[in-house]
Design a protein around this ligand. Structure first.
Ligand code: P6P
Length: 339
């Protein structure tokens, strides 16, 4: 039997579980269609004249790649007219993006990192799009949406997902009812359900961290990585492998596929005190997905999804993946607090 399409999966979620509203289904299908267009642009590479950087910087102070801006525009254009959104927010935009008055407004807020892993674009390594869906606050109807309406903890997400532009283009999604994966059928343009119940193994022997930052790490992170490197003779009693793609989407996708722990911890540098990754459109959606797949996601001590945001682009430390490993790192942080 042919693999289910994304639409069929969402209609079934809407019909059987009551988990997905018709508007949310339209939103997810629209984002998925935009990711197809981004995948197409990314796939052209040098032939599409989309590689390289612009002279501009984004709100993060990062040089913008042509594909960063193009991906952002694709997502804005795709989602403005549908009537399912009240507003949008993006890593690439300093302030929120309101729906133009010529279009109807809906009840959802969409946040996204349009192209995560930009440093890998020009060297042909996997990159991706991350998105998160919240409901606009009830008291927002009848007034203009403001940034403060986006500042909701990750537990309030109604959907989250990512597209990974790698050897295959895949869409991984949760609507709060487990995690599923769709592979893009390039011949028909359909997203086909290929992974119908993604689960993260509770144990692993593989960690992902940027080792070049070791001298800046806080003690609990040093302790854990040191124990991993000690291998079979060490306290963890097994040899560990290491991976670091430097695209969160690719590293998280590997962990969803075969287990592992991903770490971008806060560190002792002034620039690292809050961490590098952004809470609202990187850590929260990925944490929702990881938890729905049976994993754990913390900032070092606390559950990421419980964090009360204070700013749209705030950063956070991230440790996520296989339950046993992440809970060990959490234990080390708590022991350090007590000493
Ligand atoms: P570093 C990409 O720029 C990103 O935001 C994440 O996707 C990735 O995990 C991390 O930064 C890589 O950071 O310091 O290793 O280049």
């Amino acid at each position: 039997m042919k693999n289910k399409s994304l639409t069929q999966y969402l209609v079934e979620q809407q019909r059987q579980e009551g988990v997905v509203s018709a508007e949310l289904r339209l939103l997810i299908e629209t984002v998925a269609r935009a990711c197809k267009a981004i995948s197409h642009a990314v796939g052209k590479g040098a032939l599409g004249g989309v590689l390289g950087s612009l002279d501009s910087e984004n709100v993060q102070g990062e040089v913008q790649k042509k594909l960063d801006v193009l991906s952002n525009e694709i997502l804005l254009d795709a989602n403005e007219w549908g009537g399912h959104l009240a507003a949008m927010a993006s890593e690439e935009m300093e302030t929120i993006h309101l729906i133009p008055n010529r279009y109807p407004k809906g009840e959802y807020l969409l946040l996204f990192d349009p192209l995560d892993g930009s440093s890998n674009i020009d060297v042909n390594v996997s990159i991706g799009t991350i998105f998160s869906v919240l409901r606009a606050p009830a008291d927002a109807s009848g007034r203009e949406i403001e940034e403060r309406d986006f500042l909701q903890p990750g537990t309030r997400q109604v959907a989250a997902g990512y597209a990974v532009y790698g050897p295959q283009t895949m869409l991984v999604l949760t609507v709060g009812n487990g995690v599923v994966g769709f592979t893009l059928d390039r011949e028909t343009g359909a997203w086909r359900l290929t992974h119908d119940d993604i689960r993260i193994p509770e144990q692993t022997a593989e960690f992902a961290i940027n080792m070049s930052n070791m001298r800046h790490w806080e003690m609990p992170v040093r302790r854990y990585i040191h124990e991993c490197l000690a291998g079979k003779e060490g306290p963890l009693g097994k040899n560990y492998n290491m991976r670091w793609v430097a695209s969160m989407v690719a590293d998280v996708h590997r962990i969803l596929s075969r287990g592992g722990v991903f770490m971008y911890p806060r560190d002792e540098r002034p620039s690292g005190k809050a961490g590098k990754l952004r809470l609202m459109y990187e850590a929260n959606p990925m944490s929702f997905i990881v938890e729905q797949a049976g994993g754990v996601a913390i900032d070092g001590e606390h559950r990421i999804l419980d964090i009360e945001p204070t700013a749209l682009h705030q950063r956070v430390g991230v440790v996520l993946g296989s339950r046993e490993e992440v809970e060990r790192v959490q234990r080390y942080h708590r022991e350090a607090q007590q000493n």
